[in-house]
Design a protein around this ligand. Structure first.
Ligand code: GLN
Length: 461
């Protein structure tokens, strides 16, 4: 049924880089046999899944939507993919994304953009735009994405689906092509909060890595990963804080910064719903909120410049032709292999890490990161959850964002601090704007408190 949906809708939305029809049918048949034999039970047995194209899949093209990896077929699968397959999920294909997960619209993909299923003239958000659009369009039942600065939550918000970024260290990053290693986390994009809880249970560590072999040194042994136990429709007495700075109206400021008034209204309405159901809602001052974007882009670019060093034409994917010596091969390969946004970030990252600037930029950003974490610690001493918008606006039109990277970076204002502090956060639909484009609500929890945000999200939904 999912392949039929793909057949019909893929021409319009372009959610996938690779649809593995033959492989999917083969895997489905094997799963079917195991189900019939009684070897496989559980909620994911036989459920089709789409996976973002920066997660390695054994024997299946993994391009990161980049020319650099256009012919890269990994010899192994990411741990997160393996966990799902062990639970019986059937891999359908690989979803489109911003090149190397750098972007907020899925337009930096070398394969061309994905369109928003609510209105194909608009972007699906990014960088996991293909995953979000595939779920929204019914081209899969759920999908995996990665979130370095909002890349699960923001496209979920723009496409009207549920997206969850777990606490850093919850899901093994082994086999995820690294962007900003200290920020990257894999998570699910689903139709409902319940689906998210079910999938998180399977992805969470302990059930993930093979016993005794640690392949992601930041992976934590999590206790109490029974996230579905949190699906209780009750927020009585739950304390929820809304950062005042996140509600600043863009119309009032007369600038490009701040929140669109329709988004603001929808988010405040959602808060009101939770208040009526028994939560205690308060506005508060979240310190340093205005430093999140510059801090994030300094650290993310620094890590990206280091992580992307490996793409040199020797080990992976693309290699430039007609070269005379090694350095020329590196240069030509990287010049032709990477797109403009990736190059911009490699240059920014190399700059902030270079001697003479390291202290002034990179080190300073690390200090501010620690202070941002402290500001959240103080907030979570008072509140169970933080509530806010996911993005300042609904999905922009295709082509609107690419010309102004700074504006695009500023659009990440409500999501990036969560990654800097390593926190879990979920994005759930909370309304539509006048044009019929979805609006997302963000619920953020303290480290390891996924259950609290799932409970609030489930109650709201
Ligand atoms: N939009 C952000 C960026 O471009 C976040 C991307 C992500 O989470 N992968 O860095």
């Amino acid at each position: 049924a999912v392949l039929e949906q793909i057949e019909e809708k893929e021409k319009i939305y372009h959610c996938y880089v690779t649809v593995d029809t033959e492989g999917a049918l083969r895997r489905a048949e094997e799963v079917q046999k195991r189900i019939v034999a009684g070897e496989l039970t559980g909620p994911l047995a036989g459920v089709p899944v789409a996976v973002k194209d920066n997660l390695c899949t054994q024997g299946l093209l993994t391009t990161c939507s980049s020319r650099m990896l256009r012919n890269f077929i990994p010899p192994y699968s990411a741990e997160a993919v393996k966990s799902l397959e062990r639970a019986g999920a059937v891999l359908i294909g690989k979803t489109n994304m911003d090149e190397f997960a750098m972007g907020s619209t899925t337009e930096t993909s070398v394969c061309g953009p994905t369109c928003n299923p609510h209105n194909p003239e608009h972007v699906p958000g990014g960088s996991s735009g293909g995953s979000a659009a595939a779920v929204a369009a019914g081209e899969c039942f759920f999908a995996l994405g990665s979130d370095t600065g909002g890349s699960i939550r923001q496209p979920a918000s723009h496409c009207g689906v549920v997206g969850l970024k777990p606490t850093y260290g919850t899901v093994s990053r082994f086999g995820l092509v690294a962007y900003g290693s200290s920020l990257d986390q894999i998570g699910p994009l689903c139709r409902t909060v319940e689906d998210c809880a079910v999938i998180l249970e399977i992805l969470a560590s302990g059930k993930g890595e093979e016993k005794g072999i640690i392949r992601d040194s930041t992976l934590m042994e999590r206790e109490e990963v029974d996230f579905t136990a949190a699906l209780i429709e009750d927020v009585t007495g739950m304390r929820i804080g809304i950062p005042k700075a996140w509600l600043a109206d863009r119309a009032a400021g007369g600038t490009e910064e701040g929140l669109d008034s329709e988004v603001r209204e929808a988010v405040l309405n959602a808060a009101e719903v939770l208040r009526k159901k028994g939560a205690v809602i308060e506005e508060f001052d979240l310190d340093l909120a205005e430093y999140a974007v510059p801090t994030y882009y300094t650290i993310a670019c620094a890590e990206a410049s280091s992580n992307l060093e490996r793409f040199d034409g020797v080990k992976y994917g693309y290699r430039a032709e007609s070269v005379e010596e090694l350095h020329q091969m590196y240069k030509k390969t990287r010049s032709a292999g990477f797109g403009p946004e990736v190059k911009r970030r490699i240059m920014l990252g190399s700059f902030v890490l270079s001697s003479g600037y390291y202290d002034a930029f990179y080190l300073k950003a690390l200090r501010v990161k620690a202070m941002i974490k402290k500001a959240f610690d103080e907030a979570f001493a008072k509140y169970d959850c933080i509530l806010g918008p996911v993005a300042p606006t609904t999905a922009p039109k295709l082509g609107e964002s690419l010309s102004d990277p700074l504006k695009m970076y500023l659009g990440d204002i409500y999501t990036v601090s969560v990654n800097l502090a390593g926190l879990p956060a979920v994005s759930i639909p909370c309304g539509m704007d006048k044009r019929g484009l979805p609006i997302g609500l963000q619920l953020i929890g303290d480290c390891f408190q996924e259950k609290k945000i799932l409970r609030a999200a489930y109650t709201y939904e």
